[in-house]
Design a protein around this ligand. Structure first.
Ligand code: NAD
Ligand code: WQD
Length: 340
């Protein structure tokens, strides 16, 4: 069994990817400092997989501790690097923490990968690198725009670092940059899912918490955009589909098919408006959702969705789960949570 280190593997996307890796016959090993996740995620994983998943409580910025993981594990075939901070608003308040954690951890990881001759990396990038695109859908060739938050800049900087590294003489690390669109939903078992701390910034957790009575009402941020119904449009991808994209990317590297650096959009190829998400959620739950329309949220991109052709043609990756099914799993997961 090929061993894959999964940094941030206890987090939202990481935990679903751990399931997908194990189900595909890999041996995932989690490295997480639990700064934005709970150790109870490991119970959920054990319950889904019927086996213990190996996990290290380690900060990727702690090079000595992280080196011990490489030493102890020995034969690591590849790494998926999810570990990062991801709150756009917080990154404006604490830019240095974001650069330190997101850029710093990548540098530490790459140095250790070189030291231990681990040459395959899959990196979590984001559609945020496209900023406000000039044309839709966005392809991997769509020019990136200056980031409008320190968080977005960390993803652009990490992408640049990986491209520069690929040009360095003697470099052997190959990387696949996956630009995720908007991941939503949870494992169908409702044993793992998204764990937003405090008031969620993201749409779907806010919607499910409103339906659960934790929040009074959803505010739809802006209904005066030049879109189908005036609300913003996004490409909502089911987290289980997104997880599978990682398995396919890892496999491509292990098959020796990957180039030095490759970039893939990981989205459905479809855009949905905020009001369409609300409508789909109401359909799924059979109940009206309390919402009001409000002003635009600063920094929001009016509309963005992926051209998913490259991932389909090169990786053979296609999404399978639609918006309503994804929202069904998000709602099921919400109903397992306690309002702490
Ligand atoms: P998450 O916060 O749920 O998971 C990140 C995990 O990394 C957490 O378990 C956290 O404890 C861990 N972590 C953070 N810093 C660490 C460090 N220094 N050392 C060890 N562990 C550390 O976030 P997520 O939604 O699963 O996102 C995973 C990745 O995908 C991130 O890189 C994020 O930027 C990227 N991404 C997320 C989205 C999204 O909407 N969720 C979209 C695009 C890209
Ligand atoms: C989706 C839509 C909101 C909450 C963010 C990051 C991006 C990426 C994914 C990591 C928008 C609207 C939301 C609410 C609303 N993350 N909304 N009421 O903004 O597309 O992207 O997460 O890389 O970098 O910026 O996602 O879920 O916050 O918002 O009307 O209470 O829902 O305005 O149009 P977003 P989101």
């Amino acid at each position: 069994m090929k061993k894959i280190l999964v940094t941030g593997g206890a987090g939202y996307i990481g935990s679903h990817t751990v399931v997908a890796l194990q189900e595909a016959g890999f041996q995932p090993v989690i490295v997480d400092n639990f700064s934005n996740s709970k150790e109870s995620v490991l119970d959920g994983l054990r319950s889904i997989l019927g086996a213990e998943v190996k996990s290290y409580h380690v900060d990727c910025n702690d090079k000595a501790a992280f080196r011990q993981v490489f030493e102890q594990e020995g034969d690591v075939a590849g790494v998926i690097h999810f570990a990062a901070f991801k709150a756009v608003g917080e990154s404006v308040q604490k830019p240095l923490a974001y650069f330190q954690n997101n850029v710093g951890s990548l540098l530490v990881l790459l140095e250790l990968m070189q030291e231990f001759k681990v040459n395959n990396l899959v990196f979590s990038s984001s559609c945020t690198v496209y900023g406000v695109p000039d044309a839709l859908p966005v392809t991997e060739q769509t020019p990136t725009k200056p980031a409008n938050s320190p968080y977005g800049r960390t993803k652009q900087m990490c992408e640049d670092i990986l491209r520069d590294l690929s040009q360095a003489p003697g470099n052997e690390v190959k990387s696949i940059l996956l630009r995720y669109f908007n991941p939503i939903g949870a494992h169908p078992s409702a044993k793992i899912g998204e764990l937003p701390l405090g008031v969620p910034n993201n749409l779907v957790p806010f919607v499910t918490q409103t339906a659960a009575g934790w929040r009074q009402e959803l505010t739809v941020y802006g209904v005066d955009y030049d879109t189908i119904d005036g609300s913003c449009v996004r490409d909502y991808i089911y987290v289980g589909d997104l997880a599978r994209a990682h398995v396919v990317a890892v496999q491509r590297q292990l098959d020796g098919k990957a180039e030095d650096v490759e970039v893939f959009n990981v989205g459905t190829g479809n855009g949905n408006s905020v009001l369409e998400v609300v409508g789909a959620f109401e359909k799924v739950t059979g109940q009206p959702l309390k919402y009001r329309t409000g002003p635009r949220r600063a920094g929001d991109v009016p509309a963005i969705y992926a051209d998913a052709t490259k991932a389909a043609e090169v990786l053979g990756f296609r999404t399978e789960v639609g918006l309503e099914e994804a929202l069904t799993t998000a709602w099921r997961w919400q109903q397992t949570l306690k309002n702490e």
